[in-house]
Design a protein around this ligand. Structure first.
Ligand SMILES: [Zn+2]
Length: 282
């Protein structure tokens, strides 16, 4: 369990959402426990995220964060086994390229009902009933390194949490672990997928399956692992022929990556500038 925050508060957050059998449904927290976890900055009251103000907040966050700082946290999160530290790289890499846009009502809304934005899923002016639950987001962040990196709601939360933590200085061991991930890619057959990579990494890095899946998704979202030509999550490139959209639980672009694509030196330079020569070495 994460040691970035107060231990008792993290346990309350985890017990709220998870049991030895999986997700707890419905979620419930004892009021006194909830108050304690909120006082420790681990759980939160519901929040209102109005469309325009939230996009502005996200833009401000992206402008205040450097690519190498999220890269450093990602590396530090490998050796320290703190999935949450690996999350901001994914959120930042998507959020920084989110196109500026006006609220555009989701087209399938029933007539006369308020709806959310079809581009970013935020409400125009949310009511109390449309308040967002940050607790499930923080649970996913601390347990697996985040799940909803492509959602503005998560990006704002994740990047604000990231900015509140002390900057992390990766160790030699952290860099060696990332080198081992990249070296593992070079051992795979050309048509190996993200799923094959996940299995191959089981013996390379201390982690469980879900942590490895999220780690691979983050490396794909930031373009370190990507199909040829991919620039960012919102670009207009298409994957090479013979790689159709697959109804798997891998996201875009992870579902399109193949081992023959390898990894992008350009993106390594951008997010891990101090370590690129070490990381790219055979
Ligand atoms: Zn929008």
């Amino acid at each position: 369990m994460s040691t970035l925050y107060d231990k008792k508060a993290v346990k309350i957050l985890f017990d709220t959402h998870w049991t030895s059998k999986g997700w707890r449904s419905p979620f419930a927290t004892d009021p006194a426990d909830l108050a304690y976890a909120i006082s420790q900055g681990v759980m939160f009251p519901p929040v209102l995220l109005p469309h325009d103000a939230t996009l502005q907040r996200l833009r401000g966050l992206c402008d205040s964060i450097s690519p190498s700082s999220v890269g450093d946290a990602f590396l530090f999160g490998l050796g320290s086994k703190e999935p949450a530290l690996r999350s901001a790289l994914g959120s930042f890499a998507v959020a920084r390229f989110l196109p500026a846009h006006p609220f555009t009502a989701y087209p399938q809304a029933p007539a006369g009902r308020t709806t959310f934005c079809g581009d970013c899923h935020l409400w125009l002016t949310p009511t109390e009933a449309q308040a967002e639950d940050l607790n499930v987001l923080n649970f996913e962040r601390l347990k697996w390194g985040g799940v909803r990196h492509t959602r503005v709601m998560y990006q704002v939360f994740d990047l604000e949490q990231f900015r509140a933590l002390a900057p992390r200085q990766p160790t030699g061991e952290d860099v060696a672990l990332f080198h081992r991930i990249l070296a593992t890619i070079r051992t795979l057959p050309p048509n190996a997928t993200a799923g094959h990579l996940e299995k191959a990494l089981a013996s390379a890095i201390p982690s469980n399956k879900n942590e490895r899946r999220r780690l691979i998704e983050v490396l794909c979202l930031c373009g370190v692992l990507s199909y040829p030509g991919y620039r960012h999550y919102f670009d207009d490139t298409v994957p090479p022929k013979g790689r159709p959209y697959r109804d798997t639980d891998w996201g875009i672009p992870a579902m399109y990556w193949r081992a023959e694509d390898g990894y992008s030196i350009e993106r390594l330079k951008e997010y891990f500038p101090k370590y690129v020569s070490e990381l790219a070495a055979a």
